[in-house]
Write a protein that binds this ligand. Structure first.
Ligand code: SAH
Length: 401
């Protein structure tokens, strides 16, 4: 594990909104996050609070970044700290990979040569909105996803620009004609490749045992990732987190309910722990990825439903599976935390055991008081997936009282 940080202080530190604590030694960052989680869960008297697990990589850990076009004529980078409409024209960045700045520079030259304009967030003028890059950390596969407002982009020169900087396996272009500031669009055109990349998680087990070839790409369970599907942005950190979740679940459940399942990562990672996996996720492309992933991995006992978790919680068929003996659950909600219907489901029909994967201690602090009548907090495990930022993940094992 890398622990030194000062040796790598980014020239944009202090202005760029991407990192807020890169100037603090990594062990200090970890201690601050651990304390935050400890204080958040203290009122619920967990039986065991485990020390925070560090991110395996402290730099170049992200597999996805959304870069915004804005500000100066050829501006491309991350938003300035506390300034939503200003962009730091990044010449350096230690979050994704050493190739990233060169890709950004090539795209800037393309903007300049083709005389294209960045989209303006308040005037709603201009073309270029986001450049989303994804990189499989274990596979080396790379995706570029360009998001623009309505209009045409010079496609061939865009591909040439990318090629001048790095290998980019697949390229997609989406149009977001609306005013909402999101890095996805209503329609997507494929400019190159399959439109997905593959990332792997964990070591693949073969009949002959785990395979590990020094110096070669790591083998593992393959996951397909589409341009807009959620996938944990820190691959190696996610492996740590998912292993904790898997250990919490133990073995031999009848059914594992994977709520807010994204591309099915947690359910599939834990597929051997239950006879049946049921995933629910509101974003259809992620559900499509989840189904494909089950197929690629040869997991026949996993099913995924494109549905709001609130709807799912009211559906009679799923409710029967939820209430059947031997059902366990994983809840990995977005930043606002569990919705009221999901909380009600947990309270009105308590499961013996479930795991809350929280990416936001504030949401946790609001959800836990509403659940403690039915559950006790057994183990709390913070995991750092976001070095140099204030964010922290926490896995909690809860038992029915
Ligand atoms: N468990 C996954 C994804 C977690 S991120 C993983 O580890 O990769 C949270 C996911 O919840 C996102 O994929 C998001 O699209 C989904 N989501 C957000 N609101 C939802 C809702 N109301 N119902 C179901 N899924 C929801």
């Amino acid at each position: 594990m890398e622990t030194g940080t000062q040796d790598r202080l980014c020239p944009h530190f202090g202005v760029c909104g991407g990192c807020s604590s890169q100037d603090r030694p990594y062990p200090d960052q970890l201690a601050a996050k651990e304390n935050l989680v400890r204080e958040t869960v203290a009122p619920f008297s967990p039986r065991e609070f485990r020390p925070i697990r560090p991110s395996p990589d402290v730099f170049y850990y992200r597999n996805k970044m959304d870069f915004a076009f804005a500000g100066s004529p050829d501006g491309l980078g991350l938003r300035e700290k506390n300034k939503f409409n200003r962009v730091v024209n990044l010449q350096e960045c230690f979050l994704m990979s050493p190739e990233t700045p060169a890709i950004l520079e090539a795209v800037r030259r393309w903007i300049h040569d083709e005389k294209l304009s960045p989209y303006h967030l308040t005037r709603h003028t201009g073309l270029l909105r986001y450049l989303v890059l994804r990189e499989g950390k274990n596979t080396g596969e790379r995706m570029a996803h360009l998001v623009t407002s309505n209009g045409e982009v010079p496609r061939e020169s865009f591909l040439r620009a990318l090629d001048s900087a790095a290998r980019v396996d697949t390229v997609a272009w989406s149009v977001n004609a609306g005013v909402s500031d999101v890095a996805r669009g209503e329609s997507t055109v494929l400019l190159r490749g399959s439109g997905t990349i593959t990332e792997t998680l964990g070591e693949r087990q073969r009949a002959s045992g785990p395979i590990s070839v020094p110096g070669a790409l790591r083998l593992g369970t393959p996951f397909r990732i589409s341009p807009t599907a959620f996938f944990q942005t820190n691959t190696r950190g996610a492996e740590v987190l998912y292993r904790e979740v898997s250990d919490f679940l133990g073995s031999s459940a009848e059914t594992l309910m994977d709520f807010y399942c994204g591309s099915g990562t947690i359910g599939l990672f834990c597929a051997s722990k239950a006879k049946r996996i049921i995933g629910v996720e509101v974003h259809p492309p992620a559900v499509e990825d989840a189904r494909k992933n089950a197929e690629i991995q040869g997991v026949p006992n996993a099913e995924f439903h494109a549905m709001d978790a609130a709807q799912f919680a009211k559906n009679d068929g799923f409710l029967r599976a939820w209430r059947a003996p031997g059902t366990v659950a994983v809840m990995d909600p977005p930043r606002p935390g569990l919705g009221p219907q999901v909380r009600r489901l947990l309270l009105e029909h308590p499961v013996e055991k479930w795991v809350y994967v929280s990416c936001n201690p504030r949401a946790l602090a609001m959800d836990l008081p509403l659940l403690v009548d039915a559950y006790r907090v057994e183990i709390v495990q913070p995991v750092d997936l976001f070095p140099h930022t204030p964010h922290v993940e926490t896995a909690l094992l809860l038992y029915k009282k």
